[in-house]
Design a protein around this ligand. Sequence first.
Ligand SMILES: [Fe+2]
Length: 324
Amino acid sequence: MLFSPLAWSQHWAETHEHEPPAASRRVALRRFAGPASYVGKMDPMRVAHLTDLHVGRVTPFAIQREAQALVNAQNPDLVLVTGDFVCHSQLYLDQLTQLMSGFHAPVVAVLGNHDYWAGAEEVCQALRRAGVEILRNQHTTLTVRGQAIQIVGLDDAYTGHARHDKAVAGLRRDLPVLALSHIAEEADLLWPRGIPLVLSGHTHGGQITLARLHEITLGKIGGHKYVHGLYGSRQANDNAGAVYVSAGIGAAVMPLRIGARGKREVTIFELGVAPGEFSEPQGEQRALPGREVSAAKLKRRMAKVARRRDQRANRRTQRMPAVR
Ligand SMILES: [Fe+2]
């Protein structure tokens, strides 16, 4: 479908007609255009991106609600969430279901490392009870106001669950596509498969971003190429693309957020609209050098997931009444 400025302005007017003032003291709202390759090939579509909710003890539920209100006020066509729904335990899964039931648009998600540590199957059950579609190395095609879009969901790479071939098998080249991956560096392997935009989380933007501290802690020490914001290029054609790393909403250790780049965030992508059509918080940044994750490290991460699973199974067995 061809993009026309008139259709775009009508869409904007319709979706903002009854919109309450979308402002939050604690959650930033950042808005970006989609990849240039979508322009003229799809009707405008508004996507809200959330990540790292970490529903649980560390992040007040009022903040989760505030982020959700911010999303709903934007009247998005889709809500996309890139993992880390929980915070160390399964104690708050009912609260997670309650929260995820409150979005007005369809929700599609992938899992993060914390979801695997706490119990991926149980987190998925809680999300499915709320009507969330979870993509684990697979893709789905959604139709929004007559416009089809493919969403690829890569399972969590941090804990060794990402399978790129499986996730993209059967993708259509004639429909727009974007991908979700908890770990942003996986974008390097998704761009050559015809995916021009990848949405990610995991870093929390460093949480403390004064004096570019986040680039030291996450880049130099943590080995991340992509720390916060846009990287790559939205103008790219084959074999390249853009990745967005959101600072997310919650935290798993300390709730502190200092500095504009580390602020909790809801991100809006206006797909089908060309970069440069409206002002954006920042443009594409140069990637940091990054560091490959060694096979030994990945093995240790996978072992941690297995160890936690065994611990949960043992605790369940101990709680069962003895058979006489
Ligand atoms: Fe996280």
